[in-house]
Every structure is written in C-alpha cells, then in structure tokens.
Design a protein around this ligand. Sequence first.
Ligand code: RP5
Length: 166
Amino acid sequence: MEIAKPDRPNGGKAETATAEPMPEVESAFEEIEVDAPLVGIIMGSANDKPKMRPAGESLHEAGIRYEVRVISAHRDPERVREYCYAARMRGLKVIIAGAGMSAALPGVAAAHSDLPVIGVPLAGKSLGGLDALLSAVQMPPGVPVGCVAIDGAKNAGLLAARIINA
Ligand code: RP5
C-alpha cells in the first residue's frame, strides 16, 4: 500500500512513500504521550493540597486529564520557571495555580508561559485570603491571570474545562 505525501516540494509532482514505517518516524511516535495531561495544577505548598483538590475533582468529572505539582514561586523559583516554560511543549492547555499569603505563583506562571493561567487565592492563617486575592488579581497589563474566588479551586477546575472544551 502506498500513501501520498501531503506536501509536494517538487513542483506539485506527487510523491509516494511506502507504508513501511521509517525508523526515525517510529521513534518519534514513541515519544508522543497519548495520555498526556491537558491541565497542570500547581500550588505553592503541600499544605495547599486539601484546598486545591476540588480543582482536580472538577477536571476528573469533566474527563480531562491533569497533573499536580507542588512548586513555590518563592521557594523553588527555578523549578516554577522550568515547569511553565515547558508547559505548552508538553501538551498542557491550561495552568491552574493556587497559593496563599503573597501568592506570587499565578503571576509568575503567567510570566513564564503564554497558556491561560487560572489563579486560586488560598486563605491562610491571617487576613482571610485577602492577601492572596490581591496578589493574584493585581497583575500588570500584559501578564494576564484569570482569578477565581478565595479557595475557589472547584471553579478553577470547571473554568479550565470550559476553556479546553470551548
Ligand atoms: C504559600 O505560602 C503557599 O501557597 C502556602 O499557602 C503558604 C504557606 O506555605 P507553608 O508554610 O504552609 O508551606 O507560598
């Protein structure tokens, strides 16, 4: 069986290739992760997990694959940069970033990726989450973060699902 090549660099003359897979094509396909996550849920502390869990539950109910990482904008700035920089290349479509206190994570994620970033401000021991809310919301022009309510991880998951299904 022969397969017509879609591009015809030789002046429009159709070329054909045998269906025998070329070794380099085979190895390239091996690298494709068919079950790759579409949403990255990141948070500043392992202590944020209980409050961020509803984001994963919303995505699970919507049938959307996601991954979870604990990476702090302040404690692991280089890991945050690397994760966000590679996010699109790895197949992610949306980043959900939850953090408490000064909550730089959503903004830093948006600084290092052009994917949509949904910020989840988390209530800490003081100020009731107002600190995190203002940190996540008050982004400078050109670096957008869509921010849900304080402890609004469920809506973050639902919003990510809507973005992916839009
Ligand atoms: C933030 O500081 C984290 O997102 C967390 O909500 C808060 C406190 O972190 P832990 O001291 O509980 O690790 O960066």
